[in-house]
Design a binder for this molecule. Structure first.
Ligand code: ASP
Length: 442
């Protein structure tokens, strides 16, 4: 088994360091933003030559190993399950959980945004200014949506034509599919013939975990750089006019995490929510700081296997799928944002319209890539469908990063809850198997 990524050898736990870095980078960025302004030459310099590069190196180290990790862990997971029937059953349970938890999340968000109605009070002048300020960004997203729209080809494209190209393009679903087929094929070979390949995959998996360890040593610096970039450029002035919207999104995300998911954990899965969240806090912090479910996958795998004690064949199979298909936070964000923008643009939705928003939020959350802002192009698609101009996304882009960080944290937590759900229902795990003592990982 690969070494743990949690110990930096200096006494202080890695996740404590990362939290500290979040705080220091965040406060420095807020000060830079409010005292000097985001476009001040010094602040720009720090972002361009210091904070930005350090943050990017950390993110790239994680992205660098995501594709081999997804491939190896899915193939091993499927091979470990032993037969295709089992794979179908475990996959079916996982996808069922992804779907229902995402549906619950989207519906919950929709109820909250309808109760608090944050869009109707947005002053006309603010709306015009935001549309103008973020017009360029928004039109890039609209183009991205037009090019990568959601349709039958979304599904056809899952069957990758070329796994190497998929890996190079960051096409996670293509790699997942290839890993599934590869693992399934391994189960058809006799154990002696399959063994050398399984050993190679296992070794690849272990090597990747060691590389994650290297990346995580950089994490405190990377995270400080990333958060400085966010807060120093953040539109704090937007917090006032968009405060209602931001509050509803954040409240819905946190309530879903700590109430809805906690109830599922306690009553359906049978684990104390406190234990669960304590064991996965490293992965949550990584998700929050990277805004990427994919980049968090290594930390999530480690949390599931080493901290929660979930067997690798289940975690290695369910988590890579979940990191791209199970996005509870994203569906909450999408539903609320669509309704908010409908309110802003005076589009009145019937109950049927609301139902379409929920369904589309679920489908697009399943289809969104686990990268920063991965859901935005798909969100533009729903807006257009509901009669809001796609460019209307401009109104929320200035505050999106903080929402992205929080929704990614919820996405990763929901992936991990799916993993324990499936492991429990397969009878291979229960809460008594959670290792006692301090957690490893970030
Ligand atoms: N950043 C999100 C994730 O990686 C996706 C999104 O909602 O934009 O999970």
């Amino acid at each position: 088994m690969a070494e743990s990524i949690g110990n930096t050898g200096t006494g202080m736990k890695l996740h404590t360091k990362i939290l500290l870095a979040l705080l220091v980078g965040g406060i420095a960025g807020i000060l830079a933003n409010t005292q000097l302004g985001g476009d001040h030459a010094g602040v720009q310099w720090v972002n361009k030559y210091l904070a930005g590069p350090v943050g990017q190196v950390f993110l790239r180290m994680l992205f660098m190993i995501v594709m081999p990790l997804v491939f190896a862990s899915i193939a091993l997971g499927v091979a470990g399950l032993g037969d295709l029937g089992k794979m179908g059953r475990v996959g079916g349970k996982a996808i069922g959980y992804f779907f229902f938890s995402t549906l619950l999340a989207a519906t919950f968000g929709l109820v909250l945004v309808n109760i608090f109605d944050p869009g109707s009070g947005l002053p006309e002048a603010v709306k015009t200014e935001l549309l103008a300020t973020y017009a360029a960004d928004a039109s890039a997203k609209v183009t991205a949506q037009e090019q990568g729209g959601f349709g039958i080809n979304t599904f056809v494209n899952i069957v990758t034509r070329n796994p190497v190209k998929s890996a190079a393009d960051g096409d996670m679903l293509g790699i997942i599919f290839f890993g599934l087929i590869f693992g399934a094929a391994l189960t058809r070979l006799s154990p002696t013939v399959a063994k050398p390949m399984i050993d190679v995959l296992q070794a690849l998996n272990d090597v990747v975990i060691v590389i994650v360890g290297f990346a995580m040593r950089l994490a405190p610096f990377g995270v400080a750089g990333l958060i400085f970039g966010v807060t120093s450029q953040f539109g704090f002035t937007l917090l006032k006019p968009l405060g209602g919207y931001v509050t509803v999104v954040l409240a819905a995300l946190l309530l879903h995490l700590f109430v809805n998911l906690s109830l599922i954990l306690r009553f359906i899965i049978g684990i104390s929510p406190l234990t669960f969240f304590t064991k996965i806090k490293g992965a949550m912090v990584t998700a929050f700081s990277t805004s990427s479910s994919s980049a968090t996958l290594p930390a999530a795998l480690q949390a599931a296997q080493q901290n929660l004690g979930v067997p690798p064949k289940i975690a290695g199979f369910v988590l890579p799928l979940g990191s791209t298909m199970c996005m509870n936070g994203t569906s909450i964000f999408e539903g609320i944002t669509v309704i908010f923008l409908c309110q802003v643009f005076g589009v009145d939705l019937s109950l049927g319209g609301m139902a379409i928003v929920v369904i589309m939020s679920v489908i697009t959350a399943i289809g969104a890539a686990g990268v920063p802002g991965g859901s935005i192009p798909l969100l533009v698609g729903i807006l257009a469908m509901m009669g809001v101009p796609g460019e209307g996304i401009a109104i929320v882009l200035g505050v999106d990063r903080i929402l992205d960080m929080t929704r990614t944290m919820v996405n990763v937590s929901s992936d991990l809850s799916a993993t324990v759900f499936v492991a429990r229902s397969e009878g291979v795990w229960d809460a008594s198997m959670v290792p006692k003592g301090p957690s490893v990982s970030a």
